[in-house]
Design a protein around this ligand. Sequence first.
Ligand code: GLY
Ligand code: MN
Ligand code: MN
Length: 448
Amino acid sequence: MSIPAQDISPFAARRKRLLEAMHAQGGGIAILPTARECVRNRDAEYPYRFDSDFFYLTGFPEPEAWMVLVAGSQDRQILFCRSKNLEREIWDGYRIGPDAAAEQFGFDQAYPVESLSDELPKLIADQPALFVPLASDRLFDLNLRTWLDKVRAMGRSGATVPGRTYDLRAILAEMRLVKDASELETMRRAAAISAGAHVRAMRAARPGMREYEIEAELLHEFRRHGSQSVAYNSIVATGRNACVLHYRAGDAELKDGDLLLIDAGCELDGYASDITRTFPVNGRFSGPQRALYDIVLEAQRAAASRTLPGARWNEGHDAAVRVLAQGMIDEGLLAGSLDGVLESQQYTRFYMHRTGHWLGMDVHDVGDYREPGPAPAGDTQRPWRTLRPGMVLTIEPGIYVRPADDVPERFWDIGIRIEDDAVVTETGCELITRGVPVAADDIEALMK
Ligand code: GLY
Ligand code: MN
Ligand code: MN
């Protein structure tokens, strides 16, 4: 993946924070590889995507790269990367090479990746602790075992292996949960591109088109603004397909009178966006469609109003569920009292997912949804995470109605989701994906 030349200071600042966290545990060595290339079939590979944690700390886009940090009496920052190789560069493209990489990406040293097995045992020897991705990749575990065996063999000359191990990914997940200014800037740009793509899809849609034609409109808009990839496979689902939560863009025909649900977002410079809009193929909501649509939008508003510093992670979901459940009762989808429906969770028949997730480099981003540390005395579970400025999450309530004898027929096969990306601010939240209309009247006006 080619990423434009960038300011390296945010990456250097993140490595410095990681080194501080390592020092707080008594120091040691952190070892982190980027993602491997992956063959699709014979000589063709999947488009390359770096490991999110690795890129977060380095900004280095090439495969076959490793980051090593030593937190000791003197800190060291080391990068291992592919050597320059004229033959390979003619076929596959430019390689930065260790000499330029150290300078360009702010490392003390950079070595060719071929020297990893010679250098790592020397670097690991006598370190008090390892900071590594814990039991997450067989090949990494095998490498680590080999290097530790080499250090053990050096034991006769007095070298010791680290006595403690920390899960590097857990430390980084906690760091990545609160986005820094440069991340928020990129996420806003990604959100704006995706919003533009949804606008384009609304303008293009008309009866007789196929789902894949709408997907093509989205991809066109992502790519022409420099997005390197989709953040996840686009969902373009018309009619009853909208009730399949993980539907892709298929070849179904967009029919007059049906809705179209689009859940699509681009990835830009390593950051995801994630938007869902649901709109009528012919540009006008029917009565039953509009009734459910307005309930979902009201649920989203309720969740957004509970997305603010100091609120707990679950508050948005609980607020959305109250509105959805009441709406389901009002429209005859469910019978009983609001308290009864909430207590029995009958609403999960039509709303079966959570109202959001963390968003960042990964579309379902890293970060614990509960507070770190032990559960309070007398509680079996840790409390839900308290929201802080700089956290980013999606807000995505929905209603999905499958045909059934006890369900009013006018709602059959209607699937609606509305999803925006929210940045927690000092006073509330900012929906960064509102470059595409969301109110039913505004959507109808745009599609006229
Ligand atoms: N598109 C994935 C999600 O909404 O979670
Ligand atoms: Mn989402
Ligand atoms: Mn989504």
